[in-house]
Write a new protein. Structure first.
Length: 206
């Protein structure tokens, strides 16, 4: 399955539009009173949910490209990943500004003392690094190390669903579903992950 440059542009434009829609809904929902009197926990979950969904969609690209024999799908992986980072950053921003009101001492203590927040912070730092180095320029600079670095997304794919599961106070079905999807997408890559782990282990031994 092939796609022209114009067709790819249209697909990317549609993807950006679709990824922006949850934010557009949020801009309407907040003044319309669609959230409770204390909207911060709901905002945190809403933005975190979309970050996780976009992360899983990003991981779906390779299996779909292979199954449909549509190599052009790989070209939409970067914008999906950047939107995932954008929602994760908004999730973090709500926590920092609205929940903890930039009380940096408390923020540091929360990150160190609460395990699910530690996992979330580590996942966001990895996503930040991947977003910064996602350009072709960085790909050229890093050479073969670029792919090794971007394999870090697989660690994020484990950390974020566990962060979600650990954070919820009641109801485990939704986080369990996300974790199951994440594990299934990682299982599809088991040969690649096995080779990556073997090379990393041999590198440490050397």
């Amino acid at each position: 399955m092939r796609l022209t440059a114009r067709g790819l542009f249209r697909v990317k434009a549609a993807l950006h539009g679709a990824a922006f829609l949850p934010l557009l809904w949020l801009l309407w929902a907040l003044p319309a009173g669609r959230f409770s009197a204390d909207p911060v926990p709901e905002l945190l979950q809403y933005l975190g949910d979309w970050a996780l969904r976009l992360l899983l969609l990003t991981l779906c690209v390779s299996p779909l490209a292979k199954g449909l024999k549509a190599a052009w799908l790989i070209r939409v992986r970067r914008p999906l990943g950047l939107w995932c980072f954008a929602y994760a950053s908004l999730h973090l921003l709500v926590w920092l500004v609205l929940d903890l009101q930039l009380a940096w001492g408390q923020i540091g203590a929360e990150i160190l003392d609460r395990g699910f927040i530690t996992l979330g912070a580590v996942a966001w730092l990895i996503l930040l690094l991947l977003a910064i180095t996602s350009t072709q320029g960085w790909q050229r600079r890093l050479g073969r190390h670029w792919q090794q670095l971007h394999n870090g997304v697989y660690l994020v794919a484990l950390l974020v669903p566990v962060h979600f599961w650990w954070a919820v106070k009641s109801g485990w079905m939704e986080p369990a579903l996300y974790l199951g999807l994440s594990l299934a997408l990682l299982w599809w890559r088991r040969d690649k992950l096995g080779r990556w782990w073997q090379r990393a282990y041999q590198g440490r031994r050397l």
